[in-house]
Design a protein around this ligand. Structure first.
Ligand code: FAD
Length: 522
């Protein structure tokens, strides 16, 4: 007999994990062991454009989790399974083999995953009489709980935030409450014929088709250490220390930490976030997205710790403070996840605003490839794309500039950009990525209006005034000082072996407006 917690690739942690906490409580109550299961599904990785970096990060985190759970005498059984359609039957067979009484898991809100979990519930009930509990954990406030007066979900962010924020302050609501850590199993589990053997199951080093070359693996591992301790250290540094302009590029983010500042609410990266978050030329943001996307740290913990650092008792979401602006970003994460849960069409490649399904796109393979490689001839776009290619991560402003450029300047279908980001980034998250792309393409909920098109050169001067970001990621321009770095004159570009711009921004802008306008008036 046992209770099973099914850990997914979005909740790779032991602390503050609701389904795990509930599974552990149930095991205690029933006086039976807790067993943890993780199913690797290579077909799902392919279907969802998962990057090899993300899969590698998943495996590295599972390795840490396996050894941490072993200290609690809890086995982690990591299994790989195909075909994906058969995962419900496979899981239920395991539950039956283990004579499990209960299955606990945190909810994944994407369509395929919801369908899978429904099938699991049905089969577990029919065949095994296993009680299943699927728990809200990913968001700070669960999808469906932020509602208009009419009881509907929001499709515009500002009113969403106005309803979302007060919910966090209600003491009865427990949105920010930390879930209990699991209790140790009886050590006798180690001599159990079935469960004891699970302690010998190792986490594989790679999944076929998703492995990294050794050199790349080393680089990505340095940028993104696995494990909850690393995630909490990243958070601590963001909350208590100042930005480092030297910390661009693929380097260890935890090394050479600055001293803690005296008044974190004002002087830490968090304190300065309100004014500096759009600056690309230093580490102004938390860089926690890979950890949040994989659930190595909970969003609840981020808010709780931010409140402690700034000495606030109530949740602050004002635009005028660093902490307020940062919690607003975590609210965007909730918002986009709610959109995926409430409007499944966005996770099926459909624009939220259906009328924009008919925008006429350009189909230049050459332009698309140049964008992917960071060779568009627009330095800020190229720096952002090369940052993604090198580190598996990109600054938010860089993502907005690069995405807007692909869609509006090159007039290439946003879904191709969305796919490339998923395949490249270590923090690929369907909801946030889709939300960001549909924002940039003006097709989404609360998007950038189609006629408000970023001028990448102006964006470059604002986000990277001294050109440090460009010089870090575009070596051809490493020696260019002064304003020319934002838009090198043709003769200089040629001399340095840097490409000329693929399109003229002004003309491209007019073309985009024309095409969107035609749709808008249909
Ligand atoms: P911080 O500024 O420190 O913010 C803290 C956390 O809040 C982030 O880690 C993230 O979880 C959340 N957050 C911040 N901004 C947003 C946002 N605009 N939307 C949703 N959540 C947000 N984020 C992902 O996590 N995965 C993606 O695949 C992803 N794709 C994107 C694609 C595009 C085109 C755009 C414009 C944005 C995308 N974002 C994505 C959102 C955002 O760019 C990243 O979350 C952010 O850059 C991560 O850096 P950080 O952790 O330092 O963020």
């Amino acid at each position: 007999d046992c209770v099973v917690y099914w850990m997914r690739m979005e909740d790779l942690r032991i602390r503050d994990n609701r389904a795990l906490a509930q599974a552990s409580a149930q095991a205690q109550l029933s006086g039976i062991p807790l067993v943890v299961l993780h199913v690797l599904s290579p077909q799902d990785f392919t279907a969802h454009d998962r990057s090899a970096r993300r899969i590698d990060f998943t495996l590295r985190n599972l390795q840490v989790i396996r050894s941490e759970l072993a200290k609690l005498d809890i086995p982690l059984n990591t299994v790989s399974h195909t075909p994906r359609t058969n995962i419900p039957a496979f899981v239920v067979e395991l539950l039956q083999k283990w004579n499990a009484s209960h299955l606990f898991a945190n909810i994944e809100y994407e369509v395929d995953e919801l369908r899978r979990d429904l099938a699991v519930c049905k089969l577990a009930n029919e065949r095994g009489k296993v009680a299943c509990a699927f728990v809200h954990d990913k968001c700070i406030v669960a999808p469906g709980d932020v509602r208009t007066k009419e009881g509907r979900g929001y499709t515009v962010y500002s009113p969403f935030l106005r309803t979302w924020a007060p919910l966090l302050d209600k003491t009865a609501s427990n949105h920010l409450q930390e879930a209990k850590s699991p209790t140790t199993n009886a050590s006798s589990i180690r001599s159990h014929p079935v469960f004891g053997a699970l302690f010998n199951v190792v986490v594989p080093d790679s999944v076929e088709g998703f492995s990294l070359e050794p050199e790349e693996r080393e680089r990505i591992t340095i940028c993104w250490h696995a494990g909850e301790d690393a995630a909490h250290e990243m958070l601590r540094q963001f909350l208590y220390t100042a930005s480092r302009s030297s910390h661009l590029g693929a380097m260890d983010p935890l090394e050479d930490a600055n001293e803690a500042v005296k008044d974190p609410g004002k002087h830490s990266r968090l304190g300065k976030y309100k004014d500096q978050r759009d600056r690309l030329d230093s580490d102004t943001t938390s860089r926690l997205s890979p950890y949040l996307a994989a659930g190595v740290i909970s969003a609840r913990a981020c808010v709780r710790e931010a409140l402690v650092a700034t000495g606030k008792k109530k949740v602050d979401t004002s635009r005028d403070t660093g902490v307020g602006r940062w919690i607003q970003e975590l609210a965007w994460r909730d918002f986009y996840t709610h959109i995926v849960a409430l409007f499944p069409r966005v996770s099926m490649g459909r624009p939220f605003q259906e009328k924009y399904a008919d925008v006429r796109w350009e189909t230049s393979e050459e332009h698309l490839q140049a964008w992917k490689d960071g060779r568009t001839g627009v330095p800020i776009v190229d720096a952002a794309m090369r940052q993604a290619n090198e580190m598996g991560w990109m600054h938010n402003r860089g993502r907005m500039i690069a995405a807007m450029y692909l869609v509006k300047d090159l007039m290439i279908d946003w879904r191709l950009g969305e796919k490339y980001f998923m395949e490249t980034l270590i923090d690929g998250d369907l909801a946030s990525n889709n939300g960001g792309w549909q924002w940039s393409a003006s097709t989404g909920v609360d998007p950038a209006p189609y006629f408000r098109i970023f001028n990448p050169y102006t964006q470059s001067q604002k986000g990277d005034p001294g050109g440090e970001y460009i010089r870090t990621f575009v070596p051809e321009l490493a020696k260019v000082r002064g304003p020319e770095v934002h838009n090198p004159p043709p003769a200089l570009a040629d001399k340095l072996g840097y490409p000329r711009p693929l399109v003229d921004h002004k003309e491209a802008r007019e073309r985009a407006i024309r095409r969107y306008k035609n749709i808008g008036s249909k």
